[in-house]
Design a protein around this ligand. Structure first.
Ligand code: C2E
Ligand code: MG
Ligand code: MG
Length: 259
C-alpha cells in the first residue's frame, strides 16, 4: 500500500507546478543583535486537489527519489528570486534582504546547479549575495570533492551557502574544514531543548563559538519561545527563525511585514 501511495503521489506531483498546486511560503529570518528582519526562507507547499495540503517532508522526498526535483527545484529558485526582487524594489530598506532557498542532494549531484543559479540571477536581476542556498549535510556527505568544487564555484559568484539542519549528522564539525560554507543552521531539535537540557545548550554554544572562529554565520531554526530567543541571543547566535518570530506566510503577507 505504501508503495502504491508513493507511485500515485509521484504521478500527481508531475505537472503539479503547471496546474498551480505548488506554491511558496516565506518564513522571516531576524537578526538577534537588533531584532531586524534580514531575509526569508522560501518553503514549498503542495495543495493536492483531493488530499489537501501535503507535508513537504513527504512530497519533497518523493520529488527527490523520482527526479522530479530537478524540474521543480529550478522553478522554486526562480520564483523565490522574482518575489524578493519585487519586495526589494517596492520597499525602501528591503534592498539588502536575502532569500534562502532549499536545494536537494539530487540538485547538487546533477552538476548543473551553478549554471541554473547563474541563469536565474541574470534573468531576475537579483544580486548574487542576496541569494542563500541551503544544503543538508547529507547532500555533501559521500561526495565531498564534487560538492566542494560546485560550492566553490557558487561562492565565487557571490552566492552564500548555508548548511541546513546542522548538528544532526555526526560528521558536522569535520565537514566545515573541507566544505566551504558561509553559514550553518542549527537544527531545531537542539533549539527545542536549550532551556531544559544543559547538553543541548552546551552543544549549541559550542557550535556558535566554533562557527564564529571559522568566520561562519550561525542561524537558529525552530525558535518557538521567548526564552530560546533570549538565550541564543546571549550566546551570540547571529540570526533566528521560528514560530515565535513568525510563521511561514504567503508572499502577499510577507510583503506586509516589510511595509
Ligand atoms: P527546513 O529547510 O529545515 O525548513 C524548516 C522547517 O521547519 C519548515 O518545515 C518550517 O515550516 C518549519 N519550522 C519553522 N519554524 C518552526 C518552529 O518554530 N517550530 C517547528 N516545529 N517547525 C518550524 P516545512 O515547511 O514543513 O519543510 C520541511 C522541509 O522540507 C524543509 O526543512 C526542507 O528540508 C524541505 N523543503 C521545503 N521546501 C523545499 C524546497 O523548495 N526544496 C527542497 N529541496 N526542500 C524543501
Ligand atoms: Mg531550510
Ligand atoms: Mg532545517
Amino acid at each position: 500500500q505504501a508503495v502504491e501511495r508513493r507511485v500515485r503521489m509521484e504521478q500527481d506531483l508531475r505537472g503539479a507546478w503547471e496546474r498551480g498546486e505548488l506554491s511558496l511560503v516565506y518564513q522571516p529570518v531576524y537578526s538577534l543583535a537588533d531584532g531586524q528582519l534580514r531575509g526569508a526562507e522560501a518553503l514549498l507547499r503542495w495543495q493536492h486537489p483531493e488530499h489537501g495540503a501535503i507535508s513537504p517532508s513527504v512530497f519533497i522526498d518523493v520529488a527527490e527519489q523520482s527526479g522530479l526535483i530537478e524540474t521543480i527545484g529550478p522553478q522554486v529558485l526562480r520564483t523565490a528570486c522574482e518575489d524578493v526582487v519585487k519586495w526589494q524594489q517596492a520597499h525602501p530598506g528591503a534592498e539588502k534582504m536575502f532569500v534562502s532557498v532549499n536545494v536537494s542532494p539530487r540538485q547538487l549531484r546533477s552538476g548543473d546547479l551553478p549554471r541554473v543559479v547563474a541563469d536565474t540571477l541574470r534573468d531576475t536581476g537579483l544580486e548574487a549575495t542576496r541569494l542563500h542556498l541551503e544544503l543538508t549535510e547529507t547532500a555533501v556527505i559521500g561526495d565531498e570533492i564534487h560538492a566542494s568544487g560546485l560550492l566553490a564555484r557558487l561562492r565565487a559568484s557571490g552566492v552564500k551557502i548555508w548548511l541546513d539542519d546542522f548538528g544532526t549528522g555526526f560528521s558536522g564539525l569535520s565537514h566545515l574544514r573541507r566544505v566551504p560554507v558561509d553559514g550553518v543552521k542549527i537544527d531545531r531539535s537542539f533549539v527545542a531543548d536549550v532551556l531544559r537540557d544543559p547538553d543541548d545548550l552546551a552543544l549549541t554554544t559550542a557550535i556558535i563559538a566554533m562557527a564564529h572562529s571559522l568566520g561562519i554565520t550561525v542561524v537558529a531554526e525552530g525558535v518557538e519561545k521567548e526564552g530560546q530567543y533570549a538565550i541564543l541571543r546571549e550566546r551570540g547566535c547571529d540570526l533566528a527563525q521560528g514560530y515565535w518570530l513568525g510563521h511561514p506566510v504567503k508572499p502577499e503577507d510577507f510583503s506586509q511585514l516589510l511595509a
